[in-house]
Design a protein around this ligand. Structure first.
Ligand SMILES: [Zn+2]
Length: 210
């Protein structure tokens, strides 16, 4: 079930306050139309009725649930998420649950799982790619999908690179992902994760160290 609630939003442009309905929970299996709104960013876009300025509004504890693919994403923008309080639910949870800390990470997980890839391998792959691009430390890679404009059916992995120099795109050969996956698997690193795992750059660093 999808749940939304009304909140007061103050426009950063004109300071007018309006009541806005924002999603607390998005179930894309029961409401597939929400999926497109999420991927295009429309779900998080608020247009001020007074001045027309658009800004981004995301529920800090948004839940994204895909029953068909079997995963659930819990946003924890404020660092207040308490997994222990949900322990009784654990037997009814989907096979894969993840906690993310911002909407970019949430969207990225959706794209990774939709492409039927392993987010742990993707996080390590991002570290590997970043290590080959020395110099810019303030960068962030976000997985976008597979295929490229010139080869939409291709299996190469597309990333967006956010850095101090702006936004650029990057394609990584599928073989790099497959090789890395094989290596991690052989090293016993791809064991099942507990509920509400955070799989991010820190997770990937830890995985490589231990
Ligand atoms: Zn306004």
């Amino acid at each position: 079930m999808s749940i939304s609630e009304e909140q007061s939003i103050t426009c950063p442009g004109c300071s007018a306050t309006s009541r806005v309905r924002i999603h607390r929970s998005v179930n894309v299996t029961t409401e597939p139309s929400l999926k497109e709104q999420l991927v295009t960013g429309r779900l998080f876009t608020f247009a001020c009725p007074s001045c027309g300025r658009t800004s981004r509004v995301v529920h800090p504890e948004l839940v994204y649930h895909d029953m068909r693919r079997g995963f659930l994403l819990q946003m924890d923008a404020l660092g207040k998420f308490d997994a222990a309080s949900l322990q009784s639910l654990e037997s009814s949870l989907p096979a894969v649950t993840r906690v993310v800390h911002d909407s970019n990470a949430l969207l990225e997980k959706v794209k990774i799982f939709d492409a039927e890839l392993d987010d742990r391998v993707i996080e390590v792959l991002k570290l590997v790619v970043a290590s080959q691009k020395a110099g810019d430390t303030a960068m962030r890679y976000l997985f976008e999908g597979t295929g490229t404009p010139s080869n939409p059916e291709g299996r190469d992995l597309r990333f967006t690179l956010l850095s101090s120099k702006g936004v650029t795109g990057l394609a990584v050969p599928r073989a790099a992902y497959d090789d890395l996956r094989t290596k991690l698997e052989a090293a016993g690193k791809l064991i099942p994760l507990s509920a509400w795992a955070v799989v991010d750059a820190d997770y990937a660093r830890l995985m490589l160290e231990t």
